[in-house]
Design a protein around this ligand. Structure first.
Ligand SMILES: [Mg+2]
Length: 120
């Protein structure tokens, strides 16, 4: 399994070989990320969760959903790269913060916004 760093290097290589880096400003990458997310959501539009789960099991639809998810990830990795953000570290740091914000003993099985959490 490739790491985010390895995947990003591969994506950047693909991009740079085609001289597309001139188009990859942070703004354009952020817009492209949202556009691709929209393309993913098109598959889910007007369906409930059960229908979406069934859809994702149909090979032809699953392939389309996989492609849109990959597009989202590719633009996310490119955006992080362009901003010189180490996405692996950023994700690990965010998980740690979320663990501190949402202690298991206070939130297990329920959603409460962290600002409303109180220890008794
Ligand atoms: Mg797409």
């Amino acid at each position: 399994m490739a790491t985010i760093h390895e995947l990003t290097s591969k994506i950047v290589k693909f991009r740079d070989e085609r001289d597309w880096n001139k188009y990859h400003t942070p703004r354009n990458l952020a817009i492209s990320l949202v556009v691709e997310l929209g393309e993913l959501l098109e598959h889910f539009q007007w369906k409930n969760d059960d229908e979406i789960l069934k859809l994702a099991q149909k090979p032809d639809k699953r392939e389309k959903i996989e492609e849109e998810l990959a597009d989202v990830a590719i633009y996310l990795f490119l955006l992080a790269n362009e901003l010189s953000i180490d996405l692996e570290t950023a994700i690990l740091n965010k998980i740690k913060k979320n663990e501190e914000k949402y202690p298991v003993d206070l939130v297990k099985g329920k959603y409460v916004k962290y600002t409303e959490l109180r220890r008794k």
